[in-house]
Design a protein around this ligand. Structure first.
Ligand SMILES: NC(=O)c1ccc[n+]([C@@H]2O[C@H](COP(=O)([O-])OP(=O)(O)OC[C@H]3O[C@@H](n4cnc5c(N)ncnc54)[C@H](O)[C@@H]3O)[C@@H](O)[C@H]2O)c1
Length: 296
């Protein structure tokens, strides 16, 4: 093990089970001090219990590591502040935030009501804001930070019956990319993962290969993305079962005609959509430059 986290402090949300627990144990094994946050509710977000977070703290301590439990909800700004305060009070600073807490309230769009939408957006999308916001000030001040947001292929690629979850998860991609830009000059790197793992959230969905999809096969990717040596920011990685790949936003070469009409768009639609020669813009300026190049 040549990659360590000695003296680093990591806040990991939803770390009482599943992926978050695996991340917490691995970072602790490699020397990080951990805030194990978990509300301890059911998959749909109902209920709460401090036990899951406390149990993971116990597991870390049994390994000889250092951790503290926190059972606040990421779904409110006050909860996010309390989670970060736990890190500051216990360990003095925060180097790493892994936004991992999550719930599911799947419904087809026809049956989607605020009861299914609001809690999902509150936990996944606003939850990441709520925890990263108070951590950000400290990271900026210290000139160092690593954040990983847990997105999902359900948002990046779409998945039937998950408009609430998919929209919240894709929102995290936007958050990741903007934060990466804002954090660049402070050595704060912000990336996202789209994991595939067998947890209580997916145990009925993954089929026969589930046994090969341990959360522990996702954790090395997260651990690398929050390590000080990791060179990338604003990127999205697919991780599951030991397979790792990068998702990226590509743009086709496109088509240009200053005298564009509705009919000419129809007539050139294949060319507009043609993936040959695509580019991967790093930010809005890259895209605007391509438009300006076409115009000049
Ligand atoms: N398992 C997969 O294949 C998969 C795929 C894509 C994305 N994800 C995402 O990975 C993350 C971890 O999920 P998991 O699969 O390990 O499921 P999980 O249910 O085991 O873990 C989620 C944890 O978040 C906690 N949590 C829920 N609401 C919370 C809140 N308001 N505040 C604090 N903690 C809260 C839960 O108590 C739970 O322990 C989630 O964001 C999930 O959406 C998982």
């Amino acid at each position: 093990m040549d990659l360590g986290f000695d003296s680093r402090v990591a806040v990991i949300t939803g770390a009482g089970g599943g992926l978050g627990r695996a991340h917490a144990l691995e970072l602790a094994r490699r020397g990080a001090r951990i805030v194990v946050n978990d509300l301890g509710g059911a998959v749909d977000g109902s209920g709460s219990s401090a036990t899951p977070a406390e149990q993971v703290v116990k597991e870390i301590e049994d390994l000889g590591g250092e951790a503290v439990a926190n059972a606040d909800s990421v779904a409110s700004a006050a909860g996010g502040e309390a989670i970060v305060k736990t890190a500051l009070d216990s360990f003095g600073h925060v180097d790493i935030v892994i936004n991992n807490a999550g719930i599911l309230r799947d419904k087809t769009f026809a049956k989607m009501t605020p009861d299914f939408l609001d809690p999902v957006v509150d936990v996944h999308l606003k939850g990441a804001f709520n925890v990263a916001r108070p951590a950000w000030d400290h990271m900026k001040e210290r000139g160092y930070g690593r954040i990983v947001n847990t997105a999902s292929n359900a948002g990046i690629l779409g998945n039937f019956g998950q408009t609430n979850y998919g929209a919240a998860k894709m929102g995290l991609v936007g958050l990741t990319r903007v934060l990466a830009q804002e954090g660049r000059k402070y050595d704060i790197k912000v990336n996202a993962i789209a994991p595939i793992a067998r947890t209580r959230m997916t145990e009925e969905l993954l089929g026969p290969l589930a046994e090969k999809l341990d959360p522990e096969t996702v954790t090395p990717v997260v651990a690398w993305l929050v390590h000080e040596d990791c060179p990338v920011t604003g990127e999205i990685y697919s991780a599951g079962g030991g397979r790792v790949a990068r998702f990226f936003v590509g743009m086709t070469k496109g088509w240009f005609d200053p005298d564009i009409t509705m009919e000419s768009v129809r007539d050139h639609f294949d060319e507009i959509r043609d993936e040959a020669g695509y580019t991967v813009p790093r930010g809005t300026n890259d895209e605007i430059k391509l438009v300006l190049d076409a115009l000049s």
